[in-house]
Structure formats: C-alpha cells, structure tokens
Design a protein around this ligand. Structure first.
Ligand code: URP
Ligand code: ZN
Ligand code: ZN
Ligand code: ZN
Length: 463
C-alpha cells in the first residue's frame, strides 16, 4: 500500500482556498482534513508549509511531433510530456491528425502509437479532421464512444487542413447530436492567402509580415461565422487560440445571447506581441504562430475576457520548432516559417505571474489552467481538482521562489525560449501524477511510459 500525505499547504482549487492536509492512496486523493486534526499515517509525508497545493495543470492544446510546414514539431511525446511535468502540467490533450483520404480512426491509432510507452504524464486526444465527408462524419460518434469527444476544424490553411462552411456545418450537426465538441481554428484562410501572395509580391518577406497579413478582422470574421454556423447546427463551439480583441468581442456577444460558445487563449497572446515578431535578424521567426501575435493593445481585452469568463481556458498550443534548421525554412519567405511556439513548460508559471500582477485571482488561475479545461473536455473530476476520488495529480507550488525563463534551463526540446530572460515569481517544486512523485523538489524522478491514455467523457461545458 502506498499512502502519501501532503501537510501544511494552502490547497487551491477553482472553488476554494483552504489550509488542509491531503491524503493520497492508490493514486487518488482520498481525504482532506483541517491541519493538525488528523492522525493519518503514511509511507511518505510531503511538507508543503508556505507552499500552494494545486491540481496538476491540464493543457488541452498541444502538438507533440506534429508534421507541419514541411517538418515535425521538435518535442516528442517523451520530451514534451517530461517538460510538461517540470512545468506542473500533469495531463495534456494532444491532436491526432487525420490524413486526407484516410479514416479518423487511422489518425487516432497513429497518434496512440506515437504516445504509447513514451509519456511521463497522462494524455488524451482530440482529432483534427482534415477531410469532412460521409465516412468521417459517420466515424465521429464512434470516436466519442472511444473517449475522443472533440474535433478540430480549420477555417485557415487552404489545401492543408481547411474545411469549407458546408463541411463545418455538417460536422457541427453531427457533434451537436452526439455530445461532441467542435474546436475551431477561426481565421479566414482564403482571404489571408491572397494577402500573403500580395505581400510577398511586394517583397515583404520578413517574419513581421506574417502578423500583418493574418489580420485581426479576418480572425473576428471567422469567429463570427463559426458562431453562426454553430447556432444553425444547434451545437456548442470552442474557439481555439483566440488572439484578437475583435474576436473576443464576437465571443462575448454570443455569450450574452446565452449561446454555448467558448474561447481559449494562450500565454503567448497574453505576454508577447507584434514587437516580438518585428525583432531583427530573422529573430521574429521565433514568434510565428497562427493565429498570430497581435499589437500589445489586444492583451487587455484578453485579460478582461479571462476575468469576465468570455474566455474560459488558457492552453499552450505547444508546437515547437527549432530556430536553427526549422524556423529557418522561412528565411526570405515568412509563409514558409513553420507555425508554432513552445510553451508547455511555462503555462502554469506565466499564469501564476498573472496572479502576482493582479490580472486574475488564485482560484481563477486554477480554473482556467486546470478545472475548466478538464470539464470542457470530459476529464473532470478525475483531473483538474483536488477532491476525494480525483486522481492524485498534485503540484506543490512555491509562490515565493523566483526564476528566469531561459532555453538554458528549460526542458523542452527546442533551441530557444519565447520568454528568454523573463523573470517570474513562483515555481513548481514537487509534482505527483496519480500519486507517484515525478518531480521531487526540482529533480525529475519520473520515467517515460508511466503516463497513460485517458479516455474522456462528454464535454461538460454547461456544468
Ligand atoms: O501556429 C500554430 N498554432 N501551430 C499549431 C497548429 C494550430 O493551428 O494550432
Ligand atoms: Zn491499500
Ligand atoms: Zn490552430
Ligand atoms: Zn494548435
């Protein structure tokens, strides 16, 4: 029998902050007690005095090993989930990709194989639908039964992942009927491709033009269109990686009407801007992702959206490409820079910094980073909270430590940090995944293959 006791910490969930001791048995939380009132015995006692005891992070948007832009995202499931653990994230939901002409199940099986035996923490999958047709539509309810209850569609990337409005409507109808959730990459890719071509013809090839052609209005337009299509289909909608204030306004208007419409943003949109994209000597390529970074003025709308619950989730969209050898592919043509930023290790810390800076409360930190992503994607209360019966995915977090984010010290398999030199207050100290210590006072003691696939239930977006 393995019993672990965490004593003396401040337990923070989306619902409560309380000084409590936490008892863990057989990989699950079994009880909480007021400090010094219990007489529990344990094989292992972790002293969390002066520390926070928080649920492990749930990152609902990662792309380990994603084939994209002529290369592969540089973190494997092994390196990426280890880095996630270092950063206090104990569950990722990654995206299995359907190859055009093949089935959704084939895509899921391929990603299951990539992850199997390699993960340091637990994982689940969404499916990217590259090809909405009779066959793939019929597969959707079956995937939901197999614990894959969400599907990403793209209004961007014509010729790659793009779906037209008719395909989107049909997928939404099926998802709505079957209890699934459509996740939307909302950018008008057809219009953007015209602007890309025109920019390149003018000789505008630097990374900063990536931000200029992928206009905020074209994110807002696609967001608006996705909302109307979801309304017509009678389906819920989750818009991924929202970056434009105009898109937040579309979500807020829909929510004011009572529609089941949800939005995710990412740390890069909250902390970085077009100033980074404009860095000289091609350094801006480090910050090329889609939706793109926006001018700083957009950040206030994102923070406000997180406070007003017009945005519900912060995920990373972790999709790392090395500066040397990968981002390089787009020297002389910004449209060839592989899209994506590293960040799976930094999310919990950056959002804690947002608590320190006064943007959000401590409970809201846990809500947007742990509890709501778990609910939204059918993992709650197994994941995302500290309560009797929940998996003992627990982080001992030191809110007083300071650290400087850097590629020198991070654990992601990528040769730069998007936050190089940024000092933040707060640091992960110890991490438990299903009761097993995987980070022990800032030493990695986990191993590849201990993380398991977690089949998800239906999206609990209303509860
Ligand atoms: O630039 C990004 N976001 N790359 C990952 C793929 C996607 O669209 O999420
Ligand atoms: Zn026992
Ligand atoms: Zn996307
Ligand atoms: Zn993504």
């Amino acid at each position: 029998m393995t019993r672990t006791l965490i004593t003396g910490g401040l337990v923070i969930t989306a619902a409560d902050e309380l000084h409590a001791d936490v008892l863990i048995e057989h990989g699950r939380v079994v009880a909480l007690a007021a400090p010094e009132t219990q007489e529990w015995t344990a094989d292992r006692v972790i002293d969390a005095s002066q520390k926070y005891v928080i649920p492990g992070g749930v990152d609902a948007h990662t792309h380990m090993e994603l084939p994209f832009g002529g290369t592969f995202a540089s973190d494997t499931f092994e390196t990426g989930t280890r880095a996630a653990a270092w950063g206090g994230t104990t569950t990722i939901v990654d995206f299995a990709v359907q190859v055009k002409g093949e089935s959704l199940h084939a895509g899921l099986n391929a990603w299951m194989e990539k992850a199997d035996g390699n993960c340091a923490i637990d994982y689940a999958f969404h499916v990217i639908m590259s090809d909405v047709n009779e066959t793939t539509l019929r597969e959707m309810p079956k995937l939901i039964e197999h614990g894959v209850s969400s599907f990403k569609l793209f209004m961007a990337y014509p010729g790659v992942f793009f779906s037209d409005d008719g395909q989107i409507l049909r997928a939404m109808q099926v998802a709505g009927d079957a209890g699934g959730l459509i996740m939307m990459h909302a950018e008008n890719g057809i219009a953007i491709d015209v602007l890309v071509e025109q920019a390149l013809a003018r000789g505008e090839t630097d990374p900063r033009y990536h931000g200029e052609v992928r206009k905020a209005l074209l994110e807002a337009e696609a967001t608006h269109r996705a909302i109307q299509l979801a309304r017509v289909a009678g389906a819920p909608l989750y818009v991924v990686h929202v970056s434009a204030q105009e898109a937040v306004a579309e979500l807020a208007a829909a929510r004011d009407m009572g529609l089941p419409v949800f939005g995710e943003t990412c740390p890069q949109y909250l902390f970085l801007s077009t100033d980074n994209l404009a860095e000289p000597d091609f350094e801006g390529a480090k910050y090329v992702c889609s939706t793109p970074l926006r001018p700083k003025e957009h950040q206030a709308a994102l923070w406000r959206g997180l406070r007003t619950n017009d945005l519900q989730v912060v995920s990373t969209d972790h999709c790392p490409f090395c500066f040397v050898g990968q981002k390089d592919l787009g020297r002389g043509d910004f449209s060839k820079i592989p899209n994506g930023l590293p960040g799976v290790e930094n999310r919990m810390d950056l959002l804690h910094q947002a608590v320190v800076d006064g943007h959000i409360s401590r409970r809201r930190w846990i809500e947007i980073a742990c509890a709501t992503p778990a609910r939204m994607f059918g993992l709650y209360p197994q994941k995302g909270t500290i309560a009797p019966g929940a998996d003992a995915d627990v982080v001992i977090y030191d809110p007083h430590a300071t650290q400087t984010l850097s590629a020198e010290t991070h654990h992601m398999n990528v040769d730069y940090s998007a936050y190089e030199g940024k000092t933040v207050t707060g640091q992960v100290e110890t991490v438990l995944s299903r009761g097993e210590v995987v980070i022990d006072q800032r030493k990695y003691v986990g191993h590849a293959g201990r993380g398991v696939f977690v089949p998800r239930g239906l999206c609990q977006y209303l509860g």
